[in-house]
Design a protein around this ligand. Structure first.
Ligand code: FAD
Ligand code: NAP
Length: 530
């Protein structure tokens, strides 16, 4: 028998263990401020301990952890085809139409750059002038890799005895989910439900957007090469896609509505933009799309307006919308379960991943005001399962999550931006260390070093606790990852300066910081080894 009931400010989480021995876990969550209704279900009547809706990063991580802890788990996953008809297999956004294909295409673009660098290092390409990239080869290789991951994921679920149901989940009531599968409807009951449905790209509400535009759902499997591409949106996806498309040899233009990388340190965002412009990516600032039309020759005519409503047009082969993503909650019929959505009407505002209905949880991109990142979804999912089915007490810490924008010159960041630190603590309390640096690898090919820049945001007093670290340069993700762990351990500027670097690397530049913005001193390096 199990009961799941919740009183204001105190959650009683009753659960059966998988051997049906009854035990009760009592947890007090002091800041759980919602008024919660009491609901209870009988453990013996339910088919599963946990039903996960959404087989992506968060859902799969939670499901696998739960079965490892002995729970009986089912995962529902269903991909609705994109308006262009693109669909994919098990594993969610990251594996199929997100991080993985993006990183592979980014790598393809970087290799193109390396071929140019290689000539300066003595590599000879007898047919150098004829070097060109073949889209179909790359697309096929990327898709083959994705299919292999889909397969491995299915095998892993089978081995771990997670029941995978290829069906669209909707709530019938708070204790029942219906799965629509090719074979028909199936009803599932469970003690706990986990909503991990992620999101899908938005389209702007303009004529021709859905008919003729593509999104990140389509770009990695595009049958014909993208050609001259307009990318609408200057967030993560816009910059990354425009970056690799240009690197593969296609003309790429980014349309920016307000600012590039809103929410990020804006000085860093400007440098990322400049580095992309330096590589030939075009930017249309303060512009919004108005309509997309198809020409007789198959090309797309885009019309847009600037901030004073002046109209412009140009012709492209592909228009890619990268204007953010909507959470897939509408399709879930949350109202049948009584699960409330937050301010924007789509996302779930959970406390420790628990929705307003105590036995219904949510992780990943579907959560309100939480980073939309794969490792965030995975970590939160795992911790949740440990709390539900193990003896875990740890909750997800959404602060100081490191991230990287895989633009041609990458930008990695962890912690606060300069603006956010000043807003929170005041300008006189914050110290900014910064430096330009010269990657050794750039010398021989004489690559532009003017965008290789880093910044440490710290408290001004005492040992100067580090609040944020920002790095633009090659392998920024690899550089920032280790420092993210250091920040978790309360890194200080003193400790950073007391760290002996690894020479010659670019990550060591963080250990060499000594110039504050306030000092007005030149942050340009004198030599590589000074
Ligand atoms: P998802 O992985 O989206 O999984 C949700 C699954 O649920 C999907 O398979 C969906 O089809 C399914 N589903 C939806 N509704 C239902 C339903 N009703 N019934 C059954 N199944 C349903 N993050 C990073 O950390 N690093 C990156 O480099 C990175 N790059 C990205 C690049 C792109 C182009 C995109 C789009 C995203 C990128 N992300 C990246 C973000 C990352 O992919 C997401 O944060 C992550 O996938 C979210 O995981 P999730 O479990 O919340 O949802
Ligand atoms: P995003 O980062 O939120 O950026 C959306 C962009 O589109 C913004 O520049 C926004 O401009 C613009 N925009 C929004 N509505 C628009 C409209 N109607 N017309 C024109 N422009 C519009 O979203 P995203 O790039 O789609 O990425 C979604 C999420 O996926 C990200 O938040 C990120 O967490 C995740 N992701 C992560 C990675 C990574 O880790 N490397 C990579 C890709 C994606 P404004 O600023 O003016 O609103």
């Amino acid at each position: 028998m199990a009961s799941v009931f919740c009183l204001r400010n105190v959650i009683f989480r009753g659960t059966c263990n998988v051997n049906s021995t009854k035990f009760l876990v009592l947890k007090s969550v002091a800041n759980h401020s919602r008024s919660l209704s009491i609901s209870s279900i009988n453990c013996n009547d339910v088919e599963f301990d946990l039903v996960v809706i959404g087989g992506g990063s968060g859902g799969l991580a939670a499901a696998k952890e739960a079965t490892t802890l002995g729970a009986k788990v089912a995962v529902l996953d269903y991909v609705t085809p994109s308006p262009l008809g693109t669909k994919w297999g098990l594993g969610g956004t990251c594996v199929n139409v997100g991080c993985i294909p993006k990183k592979l295409m980014h790598q393809a673009a970087l290799l193109g750059e390396s071929i140019q660098d290689a000539k300066s290092y003595g590599w000879q390409f007898p047919q150098a002038e004829n070097i060109r990239h073949d889209w179909e080869t790359l697309k096929d290789a990327v898709q083959a890799h994705i299919k292999s991951v889909n397969w491995v994921t299915r095998v892993e679920l089978r081995d771990k005895k997670v029941e995978y149901i290829n069906g669209l989940g909707t709530f019938v009531n708070a204790n029942t989910v219906s799965a629509t599968t090719k074979q028909g409807e199936r009803t599932l009951t469970a003690k706990y439900f986990l909503i991990a449905v992620g999101g899908r790209p938005r389209y702007p509400d303009i004529p021709g957007a859905v008919e003729y535009g593509v999104t990140s759902d389509d770009i990695f499997s595009l049958q014909k090469e993208p050609g001259r591409t307009l990318v609408v949106g200057a967030g993560y996806i816009g910059l990354e896609c425009a970056g690799f498309l240009k690197g593969l040899g296609y003309d790429a233009t980014v349309m920016v509505r307000s600012v590039v990388l809103r929410g990020f340190d804006q000085q860093m965002a400007h440098i990322v933009t400049a580095a992309m412009q330096d590589r030939g990516v075009n930017f249309l600032f303060k512009c919004k799309p108005k309509k997309i039309e198809k020409l007789d020759n198959g090309q797309l005519k885009a019309t847009w307006v600037n901030e004073v409503n002046e109209e412009f047009t140009d012709v492209f082969d592909t228009v890619l919308f990268a204007i953010g993503r909507r959470a897939l909650t509408r399709e879930l019929k949350l109202e049948n379960a009584g699960v409330k959505v937050a301010g924007d009407g789509e996302k779930i505002d959970a406390v420790n991943e628990q929705s307003n209905v105590p036995h219904i949880y949510a992780v990943g991109d579907v959560l309100y005001k939480k980073p939309e990142l794969t490792p965030v979804a995975i970590h939160a999912g795992r911790l949740l399962s440990r709390r539900l089915f193990g003896n875990g007490a740890a909750t997800m810490d959404y602060d100081n999550v490191a991230t990287t924008i895989f633009s041609p010159l990458e930008y990695g960041a962890v912690g606060l931006s300069e603006e956010e630190a000043v807003k929170r603590f005041g300008e006189d309390k914050v110290e900014i260390y910064h430096a330009y640096y010269k990657p050794t690898e750039f010398f021989i090919p004489q690559k532009n070093i003017s965008h290789c820049y880093l910044k440490v945001v710290a408290m001004r007093d005492g040992e100067q606790k580090v609040l944020g670290m920002h790095f633009i340069g090659p392998q920024a993700g690899e550089v920032i990852q280790g420092f993210a762990a250091a920040i978790k351990c309360n890194l200080t500027v003193n400790a950073l300066m007391g760290t002996v670097g690894i020479h010659p690397t670019i990550a060591e530049e963080f250990t060499r910081i000594n110039i504050t913005k306030r000092s007005g001193k030149d942050p340009n390096p004198a030599s590589c080894c000074s």
